[in-house]
Write a protein of this length. Structure first.
Length: 389
């Protein structure tokens, strides 16, 4: 056995007769790394090598420049061999003595590429993609590569990309990375921006990514609905990602959200699996998002006044009814108090519908009688309105 390419090219690796292994053939390794090299800069990859055996695959990644490699192997003799060879070639390989399935159960790391070469007769090989997917262990655009026999077929899995066969050796390539959850992102000005994301994970998975304080935990523990839990956690994760630091959201007596450190004004909206957030350092904010549905027609008398109904009936556009609702929700959040009646205190001026644009709305209560510019965007499945003051 030898290292095929890279800075250790040609180095012989002799595991001896005492180590019972099935090393990947030189031809299969060379073909495998040609594929990887054509798709990635190997020196930038963080690698997880499962069922590492003698470490053959880890040495190849290290030889080609990868400096972050974890090799998981349960056999202590094999692990000792990996440690010895790694020292000999000065490879940055971290050997882990653990059962692979137990390692996957508790691993909190994310990798650019995961390679698995389980014993061909091992039970449970077919569960590896599901476990890695549910654990969210691959970074975006990462690959899971499984070496297996002809008796295993991963091609019917939804994230299967392709397979290659070299003699009796098969490699299946799957992409189980986290999907890009950003649906829309917009910089409003140098101090203000908004983002819309789609929720792809369960509340259990999201909870592991969010840092909650006692105030947060008290609120979260009272939420019983799974969908609302996922929305609530996704908002906090999104805010922390947008601001590149952990932030906590608190609520005033009107249930209006604020960042606890008052660094930004914030408005939040969610519908089904979508979450929208707008943040501004120096302006009050409002935002609302809604999936398209003709159910809005059942409640028009609750939020539209007679003039608005008459105007909308002329066009009979479902999207426009939704935008009026979006707009009034946005103004309500901008105002920040509960003493508003949608049909009486929140007024929308008629406008020509486009895929995106702006129109005027008014909060009319007490001495407040000011027009606000409401910005909107119509997507295939939903509508979005936001406003800064």
């Amino acid at each position: 056995m030898r290292i095929i390419s890279g800075k250790y090219k040609g180095k012989s690796i002799n595991p001896g007769k005492k180590l019972k292994v099935r090393p990947t053939t030189d031809f299969a390794k060379e073909s495998l790394f040609n594929i990887i090299n054509n798709n990635y800069y190997i020196e930038d990859l963080k690698i997880l090598d499962l069922f590492s055996g003698t470490g053959s695959i880890s040495y190849e990644f290290s030889s080609r420049g990868s400096e972050d490699i974890t090799a998981v192997e349960i056999n202590h003799k094999h692990l000792a061999f990996i440690e010895r060879i790694s020292k000999e070639i000065n490879a940055n390989i971290k050997p882990v003595h653990k059962d692979v399935f137990k390692y996957l159960k508790y691993c909190e790391e994310k990798y650019d590429m995961i390679f698995a070469d389980p014993p061909f007769d091992m039970k449970g090989i077919e569960t590896l993609p599901k476990i890695i997917s549910e654990r969210g262990m691959l970074k975006k655009n990462g690959w899971l590569i499984i070496e297996h026999s002809n008796t295993i077929n991963f091609s019917k899995l939804p994230n299967f990309e392709f397979a290659k066969q070299y003699g009796k050796v098969n490699f299946s390539f799957l992409n189980y990375s986290e999907p890009d959850d950003t649906v829309f992102k917009h910089t409003i000005d140098e101090n203000s921006f908004l983002s819309v994301i789609k929720i792809h994970e369960s509340s259990e998975a999201l909870l592991k990514k969010v840092q909650l304080n006692d105030y947060d935990r008290d609120i979260f523990d009272k939420i019983k609905n799974e969908k609302i839990k996922a929305q609530w956690l996704s908002v906090r994760l999104l805010v922390s990602e947008l601001l590149n630091e952990n932030k906590h959201i608190v609520y005033d007596k009107h249930d209006k959200p604020h960042l606890s450190d008052k660094s930004y004004n914030i408005s939040i909206s969610h519908t089904k699996d979508l979450v929208a957030v707008v943040l501004s350092k120096n302006k009050l904010t409002g935002i609302d998002i809604e999936y398209k549905s003709d159910r809005i027609l059942k409640i028009i008398n609750k939020f539209l006044n007679k003039q608005e109904i008459n105007e909308l009936e002329k066009e009979c556009e479902i999207v426009k009814y939704l935008l009026y609702w979006n707009a009034k929700e946005t103004l309500y959040k901008l105002y920040g108090k509960k003493n508003l009646i949608f049909k009486d205190n929140l007024l929308i001026s008629s406008f020509k519908l486009n895929n995106e644009g702006s129109f005027n709305g008014k909060i009319q209560i007490d001495n407040n009688n000011k027009d606000h510019i409401l910005n909107y965007k119509v997507f295939n499945d939903f509508t979005l309105v936001w406003c800064l003051k």
